[in-house]
Design a protein around this ligand. Structure first.
Ligand code: HAM
Length: 438
């Protein structure tokens, strides 16, 4: 055991884990703004929040995301719980830190039999996800998603609705990027034939595919279409198109999604090579990508997953949803110089103890009314107090010294317009409250 004495003698700097980041004040305000806009826009589309555990049984993810996906093959944080029964070779339950939210939402939906109460559910979630990928710009091992899932509807109107929701959300943040790409992966009727055609095509070019694609070619040939290795890009250049292989029902479904996007003036491009990195998808899939973030270009992504509820032992209920990466979104907001101003409503600068004592109870009353106020903690020059107000991004500064007290007024300086106004102390509280209301 390490005693206090030992710890004192060998101070060791404990750092955070690679790919796991702290989010500090200054940045958190942008996160809060993003979350608030998401809640507002999602509620307008009648989505309700669900909170699901961060830890789930490993099997949930391997069964839903797919055994041959990168996530399940090599990126999950999995460990054995301490519940192993005594005895040689006994193992504890295998648990995994969630790498995404869809599987957990569907598990909760099936487990609570939500479909019995109300067949259509529109749910959203926010929170950390974990994937042991190689960290780089826009790619973390702990990252955050805001996601939504619509369960119980197979019609193309809900696919379009989800895309409109995302469009409105990006607009609410004032973003001009990302841009929408869509595709259809077909269904259990038409995909097997397409898969067989693609497999035959790839087999002829197997030698030029990367090791990863060669290994999973028989189990998951579609992944080769999405592979970023130059050999695979070249080999699949003339591969059969997913869109040409759709059955009539899927083609009609996808045509309706496109028509609805056209009618609501949401721009999109078709990307028949987009297959997504998770196995549960069918029919509509989409990604919102930007060129501004380098190789980690997908800000939001998702699609339809009609077999997933059944795969997790529920009834045959369709679903469609998406998730966006909050780290990538906040990077984009910075690049496009979009952020909530944040900061304080007011900063109280005082000169002399009587002014401080006068200001102290008023500060309290203003805070009780929800006005963000900071009051200087030490006796300092007015200049250094103004510098601090600037640093805290205060929208206004109230200046009160002995002279002002004697005259019965305070000076209120608007930090944006730099205009100053003298306000009588009797009216100060009302004036400051009115400022906030405007
Ligand atoms: P996904 O494409 O794996 O889909 O992830 C969605 C988004 O999460 C990505 O577009 C990206 O913005 C962000 N993201 C993923 N991995 C990382 C990472 N390592 N670092 C930073 N950001 C990351 C899903 O997770 C599906 N569950 C989406 C969905 C919901 N489909 C249907 N419903």
């Amino acid at each position: 055991m390490v005693s206090c004495e030992d710890a004192k003698n060998s101070p060791m700097k404990i750092t955070s884990i690679k790919g796991f980041a702290d989010i500090f004040p200054g940045e958190v305000e942008t996160w809060q703004w993003v979350e608030a806009q998401a809640r507002r826009v999602f509620s307008a589309y009648n989505f309700a929040e669900i909170r699901i555990p961060i830890l789930e049984k490993t099997e949930l993810f391997s069964r839903s995301i797919g055994e041959t996906t990168d996530i399940v093959e090599k990126e999950m944080y999995t460990f054995e719980d301490r519940d192993a029964r005594a005895g040689a070779g006994a193992e504890g339950t295998k648990l995994t830190l969630r790498p995404e939210g869809t599987a957990g939402v569907v598990r909760a939906y099936v487990e609570a039999e939500l479909y019995k109460i109300e067949p259509v559910r529109k749910l959203y979630y926010l929170g950390p996800m974990f994937r042991r990928e190689r960290p780089q710009k826009g790619r973390m091992r702990q990252f955050h998603q805001i996601g939504a899932e619509a369960l119980g509807r197979g019609d193309p109107y809900i696919d379009a609705e989800i895309l409109l929701l995302l469009h409105d959300f990006f607009q609410s943040l004032g973003l001009t990027e990302p841009a929408l790409q869509i595709n259809s992966l077909g269904c259990s009727e038409c995909r097997p034939q397409y898969r067989a055609n693609l497999l035959a095509f790839l087999k002829e070019r197997e030698a030029t595919l990367c090791g990863n694609c060669q290994r999973r070619i028989d189990r998951n040939p579609l992944r080769a279409l999405d592979c970023k290795e130059p050999g695979c890009i070249d080999a699949t250049k003339d591969a059969p198109s997913l869109l040409d292989g759709l059955c009539a029902v899927c083609a009609e479904h996808f045509a309706t999604v496109q028509r609805l996007l056209g009618e609501t003036k949401v721009n999109f491009t078709l990307n028949p090579r987009m297959v997504r990195g998770l196995d549960y998808y069918c029919r509509t899939t989409f990604e919102w990508t930007t060129k501004l973030l380098g190789s980690q270009s997908a800000v939001a992504a998702g699609g339809r997953y009609d077999g997933l509820v059944e795969q997790l032992s529920g009834p045959p209920i369709p679903g469609v949803g998406f998730a966006m990466g909050v780290e990538r979104l906040t990077m984009l907001l910075r690049l496009q110089e979009r952020s909530d101003a944040g900061g304080l409503d007011l900063y109280f600068a005082w000169i002399g103890a009587p002014a401080r004592d006068w200001a102290f109870p008023l500060t309290h009353r203003l805070r009780q009314q929800g006005i963000g106020v900071e009051i200087e903690a030490e006796s300092r020059s007015l200049k250094s107090q103004m510098r601090r107000a600037d640093k805290l991004k205060a929208r206004a500064v109230v200046i009160l010294g002995d002279d002002e007290l004697a005259k019965g007024l305070a000076v209120v300086r608007d930090m944006a317009s730099k205009q100053q106004q003298e306000i009588s102390l009797d009216n100060l509280e009302t004036a400051l409250t009115a400022r906030k209301a405007n």
